[in-house]
Design a binder for this molecule. Structure first.
Ligand code: CMP
Length: 154
C-alpha cells in the first residue's frame, strides 16, 4: 500500500514526463498533482461522447484510446487518431465551453487516466499555448457535427 506522499511523488514524476506540461514550473505541477483524480475505463468504454457537454480534462496514464468522429456524408464515426501514455484529450470543450468534438474510446485491456476538473484546468493548464494552437483539422467537420448535435437534442 502506497502512502499519500509516495503517490504524490509518483504523480509529479509522471506529470513532468507529459510533453504538454514539461515547461510548467514545479509549483504548478505540484498543484496539479494535488487536485488530480484517477479514473479507470474498461475496454470499448466511451470516455467521451461526441456532442455531449464536458467538464473534465484527461491525461492518459495507462493504456491506449482511439478518437473517432462523425464525418459529413458517412453514417458511422471514423477513427481519426490513437493516443497513448502521456497524451491528453478533452481540452476542447473546456477551452470553448462547447460540446465534445469527438468520441474517445478505451482500447483493450482498458485505460487509466488522470483527470482534472474544469476549474483546476482553467487555473493551471488552460492558458498553455500548445492547447490554443492545436489544430486537429476538425473545423471542416464542425458544421456536420453541430447539425448532428441539434438533431440529437444535445
Ligand atoms: P473535446 O472536444 O473536449 O473532447 C473530445 C476530444 O478528442 C477533444 O477535446 C480533443 O482532445 C480530442 N480530439 C478531437 N479531435 C481530434 C482529432 N482529430 N485527433 C485527435 N484528437 C482529437
Amino acid at each position: 500500500m502506497k502512502t499519500g506522499l509516495q503517490k504524490r511523488e509518483e504523480n509529479m514524476t509522471f506529470l513532468k514526463s507529459v510533453p504538454l506540461l514539461k515547461n510548467l514550473p514545479s509549483e504548478k505541477l505540484a498543484k496539479i498533482a494535488d487536485v488530480l483524480e484517477y479514473d479507470f475505463f474498461h475496454e470499448n468504454e466511451y470516455i467521451i461522447r461526441e456532442g455531449a457537454a464536458g467538464d473534465m480534462f484527461f491525461i492518459l496514464n495507462k493504456g491506449e484510446v482511439k478518437v473517432t468522429q462523425m464525418i459529413a456524408g458517412q453514417s458511422d464515426p471514423k477513427e481519426v487518431r490513437r493516443l497513448k501514455r502521456g497524451d491528453y484529450f478533452g481540452e476542447k470543450a473546456l477551452l470553448s465551453e462547447d460540446r465534445r468534438t469527438a468520441n474517445v474510446i478505451a482500447l483493450p485491456p482498458g485505460v487509466e487516466c488522470l483527470t482534472v476538473d474544469r476549474d483546476a484546468f482553467t487555473q493551471l493548464i488552460g492558458d498553455l499555448n500548445e492547447l490554443h494552437n492545436k489544430d486537429y483539422g476538425d473545423e471542416a467537420r464542425g458544421a456536420e457535427r453541430n447539425s448532428l448535435s441539434r438533431a440529437h437534442g444535445l
